[in-house]
Design a protein. Structure first.
Length: 326
């Protein structure tokens, strides 16, 4: 038997309960992994609340690291005893042991800890596809300005460091002076406290009226209009989350004045094949091993305290990455 966090219906953090779940042997293309640490993400909140509807009952969690206990037929890239980490569908990472598809599970280098592995797979692979694959039509070159909302969060702090390593000038937004300083300490060129300043106006000051080539926005409804104002001609708005709620419907003519581009991205399309997942993970592992990107684990909660972890995440009390310990 194994303890797992499950919800019987969508709702608030109180819906999450620890239950016993039987775990059997892996089938073809599957592995059984015993977790050492589990990652916490805003995606989990969307699934728990019902914003992203899923069949019930639902085991939550999309990211973890641990040790492979058993390997099913056809799995070639993993062996029993391997250290491993993943972000993957279906949900179910909030648990001690699980059987899951093997194709998104990657061997974790020996010099990267389980806690770091659990804290960085979804967030780090997200930063990777944003900076490397979600690029404006005119491309990105060293010295270019980009805007990144919620830059003191898990994805944001990775992106601040990675953007600096790529030579980009990242303008960070965050909801407090302390979070702005954290973004600056991690490589942001500028930081804007959006609770005290009009971030769009400040972006135009920083860029001397030019605007940025790309905005990376996981906030959604509250930042949508301002994000569009920040873009230069042919600029790209990359939506990849809805922390403040979904963006309302809009007319395409809204984009016409500066021929803007808008896209809605998710990491799971980018890691849809074994090959693409491994290539992106290799890039992430390399930049972490080089020291150019450090994974900041600012909060740790026991698995049994997952309700409080979700409350703190939704109340914007967290910075960097958060993990659940077993």
């Amino acid at each position: 038997m194994n303890m797992a966090v499950q919800i019987a219906q969508p709702g608030g953090p109180e819906q999450m309960q620890l239950v016993e779940v039987a775990v059997g042997a892996p089938g073809a293309g599957e592995v059984r992994i015993r977790h050492k640490a589990v990652g916490l993400n805003f995606l989990d909140v969307y699934q728990r609340s019902g914003l992203y509807p899923l069949p019930m009952p639902l085991n939550l969690g999309m990211e973890a690291a641990g040790v492979i206990e058993a390997v099913g037929p056809g799995v070639q890239h993993l062996q029993v005893g391997d250290r491993a980490a993943y972000t993957s569908n279906p949900p179910g990472a909030y648990c001690e042991v699980r059987v899951m598809p093997a194709d998104r599970v990657c061997r974790l280098p020996d010099d990267i800890s389980f806690e770091t592995g659990a804290a960085m797979m979804l967030k780090g692979l997200t930063a990777q596809y944003l900076l490397k694959k979600s690029r404006p039509v005119e491309g990105l070159e060293p010295g270019d300005f980009v805007l990144f909302h919620a830059a003191a969060g898990g994805v944001g702090l990775i992106a601040c460091q990675w953007a600096k390593a790529l030579g980009l000038r990242l303008i960070a937004t965050a909801g407090s002076d302390e979070k702005c300083q954290l973004a600056l300490d991690n490589g942001a060129a500028h930081a804007i406290n959006y609770r005290r300043e009009d971030f769009a106006a400040r972006v135009h000051e920083i860029t001397e009226g030019q605007g940025v080539k790309v905005v990376y926005d996981s906030v959604g409804k509250d930042t949508w209009e301002g994000s569009l104002k920040c873009l230069r001609t042919f600029g790209l708005l990359v939506c990849f989350g809805n922390a403040s709620g979904p963006v309302p419907a809009f007319a395409p003519s809204l984009l016409a004045a500066r021929s803007l581009y808008v896209t809605r991205q998710t990491v799971y399309n980018h890691i849809a094949t074994r090959e693409s997942c491994q290539a992106m993970a290799d890039d992430l592992f390399a930049v972490v091993q080089s020291g150019a990107v450090k994974i900041h684990i600012a909060q740790r909660y026991a698995l049994r305290d997952v309700q409080q972890a979700h409350r703190d995440l939704e109340a914007r009390k967290t910075t960097g990455s958060t993990i659940l310990t077993l």
